[in-house]
Design a protein around this ligand. Structure first.
Ligand code: ADP
Ligand code: MG
Length: 686
């Protein structure tokens, strides 16, 4: 249960003063529903108020603070034109205060003629007159209550910065003093303020780095603590020691020898699985590094020991592909592999459920349907999660609680994230890295082109297809919305069909499952040669004959995502090309990022550089990160603070595993503040 002290922060802001239905949409778009959301909606920048007493000395374009006197009203003829109040400074310079959509009674009352007021707002040149739209109005003797620095917030249509500041002020007024959870000596060393003060300080002065660092630390600490609790609770659970005898693995007929990295990773997994505490291991390996084989070996290890294995994929497409791959690799082995996704209904589903319950199915592949309530395993020994970044810690925990004896857990990710982020998101896990590629990989040449040269791109595509090749065409992320992605993809498919007819296939996230499968299957079988897609093809999809990938709007993707997309090619026996189409006006950072893509194919390097290049924002990208987005902490904060947060969390758990001490209780508050409720639930009697 959330501690009472946090209740005011979790109140809905629809209860705030002055939040009418008109603000509901813009606030929702920003993800602001409760006071706590607003409290952590930290300002993104600031403007310094230009304090002056003469309009003719003030700069248009800046926020000014100035004493002015109303001398006239200019009601407008039409209802839609604004109401204006003519103001003068004490030297006789004029400025108009402009009120849109207000009835004129309100500004008239606020600004009685000939009564001096202290006015603050953005001074704008409008033709050859000056104006300030919807200013702050104070009594002259209140002028000093206005901070010299004005915070600027992330906004959305229909929400002004002034409104936002007002909403923030209301949220802050509800923010309680909270008990201190930071280790006292660390707090002293950093000279950080207490939580509430830090929050108020950042809102008042966005440049207050020290206060911001404290809030960032809190968030990172909560994350680390939550991961430790997951780890602690999983350590407490009993698992089943699994030691296969190797007979199934010996039967595998592979056309290649495992790489050293694959052997090493598998050795580590085998070692973990032999233990009585459940394995929690992350297998990190760049696209194409051969994670599937490692997974299969681990699954067979479980089956040899009479247990079952399950493999979870983030999408239907990937689940089907894994299913096919595993069956192919394991063909000739006495191993029953089945698939279960949300689309399997009726008799087929019943039969699969039966097979799982009676143990006749050894390995189940599927989407998260495979861990639903109704799915009962006879003896689940190992769960493999592919492309973990789609799943959150909470889902990992749900998995772990599935069996009385917890299954061993292997998480695989192709997102080569930097070490600091690995700690942040997978801190509870051991890590194996596949840092060696299978031999004989064909190089991928990466080119960056302006989107305005689309005709040339289409010509290159035509030559490629005429030569027997296949290609992906990835459509840009128009907005963070699947609908617009879909529209972009549909339009692109249409224009390409004018040229290439039915050689063009289309797949996007909103298509019905069977249609998606059909489109993928047609492409895999080379019945279509060009596959127009949204990022649903991002992870895992494997069509070796496709050696060209064209990515539209490449500057809008995260680098890790681009790298993943690029990994769709370079899988066959032909050299491959990745064409990154960029917008025409590119900022310096975007330019540097695309140049980096051109320069290197090393996923870990890309991830490290991306972290450096993007001042803010996250390397994981919201699209692929599930819960991963941090609200407060920047990547720089993470890099600087994750180690001490981890140590601190570790020490606290070591001394006070139940979080019962005074500081433990405070740490609980911190966990709830960052909504790690599930982690607190793992505490004994928590
Ligand atoms: P990942 O899932 O890590 O992106 P996959 O497991 O799909 O990579 O493997 C990519 C390709 O490499 C597959 O076609 C696979 O058969 C092949 N492969 C895997 N291991 C080896 C190896 N040791 N030697 C040669 N090819 C390999
Ligand atoms: Mg894979």
């Amino acid at each position: 249960m959330r501690p009472d002290i946090l209740n005011p922060l979790f109140a809905e802001i629809s209860l705030f003063k002055g939040i009418g239905p008109a603000l509901a949409r813009p606030l929702e778009r920003l993800g602001l529903a409760r006071a706590v959301d607003v409290a952590f909606h930290l300002p993104v920048s600031w403007v310094d108020r230009h304090l002056t007493d003469r309009l003719d000395m003030a700069d248009a374009g800046r926020v000014v603070g100035i004493e002015l006197t109303p001398v006239d009203y200019r009601a407008s003829g039409s209802a839609r034109a604004p109401f204006r109040v003519d103001m003068v400074d004490r030297y006789g310079n004029h400025v108009a205060l402009v009120y849109f959509g207000k009835n004129s009674g309100w500004p008239r009352k606020l600004l009685p003629l000939n009564e001096p007021k202290y006015i603050s707002g953005k001074l704008e040149a409008y033709g050859d007159t000056l104006q300030i739209v919807h200013p702050d109005v104070l009594a002259p003797d209140e002028a000093n209550t206005l901070p010299a620095r004005e915070s600027v917030y992330g906004l959305s249509e229909g929400l002004t910065n002034n409104r936002m500041r007002d909403i923030v002020a209301q949220a802050l007024s509800r923010a309680p003093e909270l008990p201190e959870w930071i280790e006292p000596s660390l707090l002293a060393r950093k000279d950080w303020p207490a939580w509430r003060e830090a929050l108020a300080r950042v809102h008042a002065d966005p440049s207050d780095a020290m206060a911001r660092a404290r809030l960032a630390y809190d968030e990172i600490f909560a994350g680390q603590l939550a991961l430790m609790l997951v780890r602690q609770s999983s350590r407490r659970r009993r698992g089943v020691p699994i030691q296969g005898d190797g007979r199934l693995r010996a039967m595998l007929k592979l056309p290649f020898a495992p790489t050293g990295a694959q052997r090493r990773a598998f050795g580590e997994i085998e070692g973990d699985m032999a233990q009585g505490t459940p394995m929690l291991r992350l297998l990190q390996g760049d696209v194409g590094s051969g994670k599937t084989l490692v997974a299969l070996m681990a699954l067979l290890n479980a089956v040899e020991a009479g247990m079952q294995g399950a493999m979870l994929a983030p999408t239907e497409i990937l689940a089907r592909q894994h299913y096919e791959t595993l069956r192919k690799m394991a063909s000739g082995l006495p191993v029953e592999i089945a698939i279960l996704t949300g689309r399997d209904k009726g008799k087929v589903r019943e039969a699969t459920l039966m097979g799982l319950a009676d143990g006749s199915i050894d390995i189940l592949v599927g989407t998260h349907a495979i861990f639903q309530e109704a799915v009962q395993y006879k003896a689940l020994g190992l769960a493999v999660i592919d492309e973990q970044h789609r799943f959150g810690v909470a889902q990992r925990m749900m998995l772990a609680s599935k069996a009385e004896r917890s299954p061993h857990l292997l998480v695989m990710t192709a997102t080569p994230i930097p070490r600091t982020l690995t700690l942040t998101y997978y801190g509870e896990m051991e890590v194996s890295r596949l840092d060696e590629m299978p031999p004989g990989r064909q190089p991928i040449q990466t080119l960056v082109m302006a989107a305005s040269r689309l005709d040339e791109v289409v010509e290159a595509l035509a030559r490629h297809v005429e030569g027997g090749g296949q290609a992906y065409w990835v459509c840009p992320l128009v907005e963070e919305s699947e609908t617009s992605d879909q529209a972009a993809a549909e339009m692109r498919a249409e224009t390409l069909r004018e040229r290439f007819g039915n050689r063009v296939g289309l797949v996007h996230g909103r298509m019905k499952g069977p249609d998606k499968d059909a489109a993928m299957a047609a492409f895999a079988a080379n019945r279509t040669q060009i596959l127009v897609a949204t990022t649903v093809i991002e992870v895992g999809v494997d069509v070796p004959n496709s050696s060209l990938i064209i990515i539209e709007g490449a500057d809008r993707f995260g680098l890790a995502q681009l790298h993943q997309l690029r990994g769709r090619v370079g899988r066959g026996d032909k050299p491959s090309t990745c064409l990154l189409l960029r917008g025409n006006a590119l900022g310096e950072t975007s330019r540097a990022r695309l140049a980096l893509m051109r320069e290197t194919n090393d996923g870990f390097r890309i991830a490290e550089e991306d972290l450096k290049l993007r001042g803010a924002g996250e390397v994981l990208g919201t699209r692929q990160s599930g819960e991963a987005a941090l609200k407060v902490a920047s990547p720089e904060h993470v890099a600087a603070l994750v180690d001490s947060a981890r140590d601190d969390a570790h020490l606290l758990i070591e001394r006070d595993g139940g979080l019962d001490s005074a500081r433990g209780q405070a740490a609980r508050v911190c966990l709830y503040l960052f909504e790690k409720d599930a982690a607190v639930g793992l505490l004994r009697g928590g």
